[in-house]
Design a protein around this ligand. Sequence first.
Ligand code: ME8
Length: 510
Amino acid sequence: MPDGRPFYITTPIYYVNDKPHIGHAYTTLACDVLARFMRLDGRPVHFLTGTDEHGQKVEKSAAAAGLEPLAFCDEVSEHFRALARALNISNDDFIRTTEPRHIASCQALWQRLVDRGEIYLGSYAGWYSVRDETFYTEADLIDGKAPTGAPVEWVEEPSYFFRLSAWGDRLLEFYDKNPGFIGPETRRNEVVSFVKSGLRDLSVSRTSFRWGVPVPNDPAHVMYVWLDALTNYITAVGYPDTDADAYKAFWPANLHVVGKDIVRFHAVYWPAFLMAAGLEPPKSVFAHGWWTNEGQKISKSLGNTIDPFDLIRTYGLDQTRYFLLREVPFGQDGDFSQKAMINRINADLANNLGNLTQRVLSQVQKNCAAAAPTLGALTAEDEALLAEARGLLPAMRASMEKCELHHTLAQLWAVSDAANLYIDQQAPWTLKKTDVTRMATVLGVLVEVIRILGILVQPVMPDAGAKMLDLLALPADARDFTAIARGPIAAGTPLPAPQGVFPRYETKTA
Ligand code: ME8
């Protein structure tokens, strides 16, 4: 039975101060794999990504580029849309915080917080980091800088405050009642101890620059960029119209995927804003780790940023998608290295899944008259391999629910390993001379395993998965997860001549 529960998943909205890099690609890709998996599993999915276009950082970058802020945002935001296209991202919506729908939504949320007594006018005196778009106390600073190493400046200005200090106990109670709210566990512990250490009211408006959402009834103020940015998640489902179909179907969101740098905003401020407004907090926030490049921190000053467009050009789209999600346990930090990338392409894709598909389908072509083989009586070995393949969907579902994306791939490749071992043990090339009925059964079992692997590999490698399924002549309506249980392709179905799905990556020698 397809699972009809709606699934709303979001990426962070990215600052348009700079071009996208591997980190942005990674988060968006992870969400795409989850979204595609849930869709193929029969769930109505809403997948949102977009760009965060207000605030001092963007205003300064625009000035440095000699452009009006909106013209600058139009240009950089387009790079993020181009990246989504290049990565074959299946987002349902792309939100920009400069859109009228979002400005209206922020102003409505603000007014609601004012009406409920959650926002008051005061004045802020303290440190601010434009790079982090974050307020810091004196005690937060390390050697005169933000804990992230970003420079800080002293700010004194009239400001509205959100009564965050009143929400500590209710947040702790919420985390307690919803143990799956923050993942992975280490991040959860950090958040809980941060909240336990006591929360201060949060400055939520600025008066020293103009590039933001105007505060209703007080145009001298623009909203703090994080209040504006987080609100995007409800804007996109129709807020302030809480009767909108999308809002009713998709809010609260199932999952906000974020990098570990912005957990506090999503797991502390965001649920507090929502609860204070009388709205439901999201169901979960999952923070992934940080990519380094050949062992080094990625930074513009080191000149070692990784351009995702380059990766796709060099290694191929599905290869890049697979590598990024397979190489590092989702939630942990990871290192990009050319060697590791090439190794994954050759060992996992070309030599493992690719070779399995190629050897099976070329034997079917030659020895089974280019048609799906007829299955005879099954041996214990046949049954065991088929059971492993049929057990994959529930196993992968369980891993996906826990955001263990790397593990779902390991599970799939374990079956590909088992199928490669089976073909070596059953040696259909020998059976061809001794027992063609048994040869057909062995190849038939393998075709069935390849069918299941092809269907399940689609979320991470949509194009390669489609190619595998094309080689099995599967119609479009036989490619989602419900098709897995339908069983083998009818014997005698003509199959096209096999073509390589996963080419080896040959290192160019001078
Ligand atoms: O924080 N490794 O936007 P941002 C892995 N606009 N992921 C990385 C990464 C790296 N080295 N570098 C960046 C913002 N990321 C706000 C968000 S949401 C309401 C507002 C990814 O452009 C990671 O997902 O600085 C991180 O959280 C995000 O990019 C930060 O993007």
